[in-house]
Design a protein around this ligand. Structure first.
Ligand SMILES: NC(=O)c1ccc[n+]([C@@H]2O[C@H](COP(=O)([O-])OP(=O)(O)OC[C@H]3O[C@@H](n4cnc5c(N)ncnc54)[C@H](OP(=O)(O)O)[C@@H]3O)[C@@H](O)[C@H]2O)c1
Length: 266
């Protein structure tokens, strides 16, 4: 993949880089030549990501912070910008939580709703608030927010999650219009189900409980979601789209949502 933005050692910040999709995005950006700030709450897991980035010959900056916490994000960004020499070329907001599964509006607790909105929407708002001005001053930058295909439709029992991912689209499109004149793009990648550790464990537990194979559970799951290609994403599917958006090929794409879901939203 073309090194992002044609700058020497581009600087990226990836939230949610301690596991799953965010971790794999951070490592892919390092493979593509970025030095990467990696943010999450679990320091030990972030250190493992950092080791993998350093093994690629790139620099990594571990930032332990809760994306919901305004002060913690401000402090982490300060450390990040001191580490990067004030530069910020790529921001990927991948930190996110699914929230309650199955609670209808009426059953859904306000605290659960607020927690999902704080992580999935307030978090990206906070990092963008700090780093978009830096990118605009530089005259270059790429923001990629990891949404979800539940932000492209309604889903019974997932109101908090769907609301957060819909709202992320509004935030991203508005920022794209504001930052566009300064050479900065902002887009959403909206995946369907991704086979991260957390999801694989859920499928394995269900298979064990029912005494069937994981393949049976998975086949039933993708059928229930109506996935045309009949498979969940691997993190690599989402990583590839992020890589494209931050590469030279993505320079004229902004304010868009790219759905990566095997053909659910069709
Ligand atoms: N998995 C799926 O099926 C799926 C489908 C569509 C979209 N997505 C979206 O893809 C993104 C990544 O999800 P995933 O399933 O790959 O992740 P995951 O393995 O569940 O990991 C979630 C990441 O988010 C971080 N995180 C969560 N809450 C945080 C907080 N308050 N502050 C800082 N970091 C926080 C976690 O780090 P710490 O625990 O270290 O804080 C972790 O690195 C999310 O935005 C998710 O909504 C996932």
């Amino acid at each position: 993949m073309t090194p992002v933005l044609h700058t020497e050692s581009p600087i990226a910040l990836v939230t949610g880089a301690s596991s799953g999709t965010g971790r794999d995005i951070a490592i892919a950006l390092a493979e593509d030549g970025c030095d990467v700030g990696i943010l999450g709450r679990r320091t030990a897991a972030l250190e493992e990501t950092a080791q993998r980035i350093r093994a690629l010959g790139r620099r990594a900056c571990v930032l332990t912070a809760d994306v919901c916490d305004e002060q913690a994000v401000a402090a982490a960004v300060e450390v990040f910008l001191a580490w990067s020499g004030g530069r910020s070329d790529v921001l990927v907001n991948a930190a996110g939580i699914p929230g309650p599964l199955g609670a209808t509006v009426g059953e859904l607790a306000l605290a659960d709703f607020d927690a999902v909105m704080a992580t999935n929407l307030r978090g990206p708002f906070l990092t963008m608030s700090h780093l978009l001005p830096v990118m605009c001053r530089q005259g270059r930058g790429r923001v990629v927010n990891i949404g979800g295909n539940h932000g492209m439709r309604g889903r019974a029992g997932r109101a908090s999650y769907a609301t957060s991912k819909w709202a992320l689209r509004g935030l991203t499109r508005s920022a794209a219009l504001e930052a566009g004149p300064h050479g900065v793009t902002a887009n959403v990648v909206a995946p369907g189900a991704i086979a991260v550790e957390r999801m694989r464990q859920r499928w394995a537990d269900q298979a064990a409980a029912e005494g069937v194979s994981e393949e049976v559970v998975l086949a039933r799951y993708v059928q229930s979601l109506g996935v045309a290609l009949q498979r969940p994403n691997e993190t690599a599917d989402v990583v590839a789209t992020v890589r494209f958006l931050v590469s030279e090929g993505g320079r004229n794409i902004t304010g868009q949502e790219i759905v990566v879901d095997g053909g659910v939203i069709v």
